[in-house]
Design a protein around this ligand. Sequence first.
Ligand SMILES: Cc1[nH+]cc(COP(=O)(O)O)c(CN[C@@H](CCC(=O)O)C(=O)O)c1O
Length: 389
Amino acid sequence: MGTNLVEIENQYTSGVYGKRPVEIVRGQGALLWDAEGRRYIDCMAGHGVANIGHGRTEIAAALAAQAQRLTTCPEVVYNDVRARLLERLAQVTPEGLNNFFLCNSGTEAVEGAFKFARLVTGRTGIIATLRGFHGRSMGALSATWEKHYREPFAPLIPDVSHIRYNDLNAAANAITEDTAAVIIELVQAEGGVHVAQEEYVQGLAALCRERGALLIIDEIQTGFGRTGTLFACEQYGVQPAILCLAKSLAGGVPMGAVCLGTRVMESGHISKGSHGSTFGGNPLACAAALATLEILEHEELANRAAALGAHAQQRLRSMQSPLVREVRGRGLLIGIELTKRVQPYLEALCERGVLALPAGANVLRLLPPLVIDQTQLDEALDIVQEVLR
Ligand SMILES: Cc1[nH+]cc(COP(=O)(O)O)c(CN[C@@H](CCC(=O)O)C(=O)O)c1O
């Protein structure tokens, strides 16, 4: 364990985080090192942020160059780097999303999506799904399912309801003329790594169109190659009215984006001053995001996630362990549902040099950087199989 820096962090931190007894000080690719020089294979990727891996010199160079020119530039004036990023996002995001509100985190992207949905529809109803996770700020938290996240902060925003995931009848019964938006993840990540069925997503999109509600897809965790395509939307042939992005968008630099479709932009309801952010669209984050998108494309990281994810799932499914109930996921967003609570196994993995995440009480979540090489992945899978024997 680390030096007195751990005690210092414990003394001054907020107390809201349960911390592993590890002091991470350096990363390179899919590897992390602690203060004692111990090496870890990273299967957390910063909660799905480090898709392009740690220690990228391209990101460091982009940040250094931009920092010497201009780090902050609010959107009350134009900026060259921001303009180039907006143009690039219009090129790479799913068809029909050509305008963007830039912000600084996932929860902010969800908050913005809800505000735009209310402005466009004049309605207040938000429908989310059981086990969905959309953030911890009061509006996004209202749509997040887990009661232990929400209940201490009640009352949250009104008119938010939750329906069963992958249940089109439930959606048909819930979406009314009061519904502003339906928000879903195409893979419920923090909620247990549950994959949306194609017919469900397409049926949901049709219901939203028919009933005047906006479909918001939250790709804050599934975006930027994680599930085997640049965006999971591509695997469902769906065009959301609003797409929420964050996490790996800027290669580790905090950034979020609310991607807006024509229904929003042609509504005539998005007026000047109706939303905003001090840091949103800052040139430093925009420079990092441009460098990140270049790496994702040049290194074909989405294809890599598809291939390595299929390999990992095949290996994990071949495990004959009474502890493993199901292996599921898309690309390098993998969940292993256990017959027991996951926490002790996370600790055992950490002791053996693998850092992984939970996804609910009994699901082990593997979220490695998409740059992980097969040797490192196989080493991590060997350790997972050893721990889950
Ligand atoms: C789908 C999704 N949507 C929104 C958010 C909120 O993003 P942000 O405001 O940038 O944290 C997250 C965080 N997902 C992590 C939850 C972290 C937490 O416990 O809080 C996760 O999946 O672990 C998501 O996974």
